[in-house]
Design a protein around this ligand. Structure first.
Ligand SMILES: [Zn+2]
Length: 319
């Protein structure tokens, strides 16, 4: 299974039909050891229906399953090759890909493309609890707003075809704050927060940064409680006095991340509703965190993270 595809065309040629996609997914999710998605039994399941399905060997479970159960691909009506191509495109466009572009590239409707992108972004959510160590920078930013300075403000629609909640209404509507922390030369973690007060930022950092870390922020009061919470090595740069770098003390890594993320959000997606901002955060942090992987390795990595299924009604907020 060490084939290399260098383009979406090669990928589509290789993944010519559903059985090929399923074998590939099995190899990457299970690594040769099929696991029952219902009970996670350690017993080796029976191969049934000529390999089309498996049957759990646990006598209390005994359920039949395929590799698709419990993934975003379960119950999809689309051929898997479309999903694989979409994942490849999402993984390898640094600034992201809009549902309009994906719809044109794959010859599917924009509504389908939008739903696929939302599901794929959910897969990009970091699995497990990440703790950053070493030298860590924390900062916050605001997404949206500034509409009067950007084209596409009046009556423009978002990626889904609705007038954006951020952009609709008067210029100067509140922007949505996002808190971020990054380990230098390591991973970034983002969180959409209701405000950038002390309580929010302190607890976000406590959840994800070791107290042994050297922690750099600007002088924003939201970070001022950190030394009392065990962060002895917290140092600040005074941006309001025009100071940005004092030796090692700076927040330029996270600022570089923000500008990359904003180039994607404003350049490709044009606008993002508050409701879906978290999923865009997943996408951009995932790309940053896997930036050292080659395109195909990132594709394979995403395929191993498919244990998340999102229903249409959850996405659009209808019961
Ligand atoms: Zn089972």
């Amino acid at each position: 299974m060490d084939l290399r595809f260098r383009s979406v065309l090669q990928l589509l040629e290789y993944f010519s039909c559903n059985p090929v996609c399923i074998r590939y997914l099995e190899a990457h999710r299970w690594q040769g050891n099929p696991i029952c998605p219902h009970c996670a039994s350690a017993k080796k399941p029976y191969v049934i229906e000529h390999g089309a399905r498996y049957k759990c060997a646990d006598k209390d479970c005994g359920k039949k399953f395929t590799v698709l159960v419990g993934t975003i691909f379960e119950n999809t009506k689309l051929e898997l090759r479309y999903w694989f191509a979409a994942i490849y495109l999402v993984a390898n466009h640094k600034k992201g890909i809009s549902s309009h572009q994906l719809s044109r590239d794959l010859g599917i409707t924009q509504k389908t493309a939008w739903f696929m992108l939302q599901r794929i972004r959910e897969m990009l959510r970091e699995q497990g609890q990440l703790i950053l160590e070493g030298t860590v920078e924390a900062d916050e930013t605001f997404i949206g707003g500034e509409a009067k300075n950007r084209h596409g403000y009046h009556g423009h629609k978002d990626d889904k075809g609705n007038v954006s909640k951020i952009y609709a209404g008067k210029p100067g509507k509140p922007k949505q704050p996002v808190a971020g922390i990054v380990e230098r030369d390591g991973k970034v973690i983002l969180k959409v927060v209701p405000n950038v007060g002390k309580k929010q930022l302190t607890s976000f950092i406590q959840d994800h940064v070791s107290t042994k870390a050297i922690l750099y922020t600007d002088e924003h009061t939201g970070y001022s409680a950190l030394p009392t919470q065990g962060y002895d090595q917290h140092k600040t740069v005074n941006h309001s006095k025009g100071l940005y770098v004092i030796g090692d003390i700076h927040t330029q890594t996270i600022e570089g991340f923000w500008s990359q993320m904003k180039r994607g959000i404003y350049g490709v997606y044009h606008q993002v509703s508050v409701k879906h901002l978290g999923s865009y955060c997943n996408e951009f942090s995932y790309k940053w965190n896997t930036r050292k992987l080659e395109d195909q390795d990132r594709f394979n990595h995403i395929l191993t993270h498919t244990n998340y299924r999102l229903r249409w009604k959850d996405l659009v907020g209808r019961a």
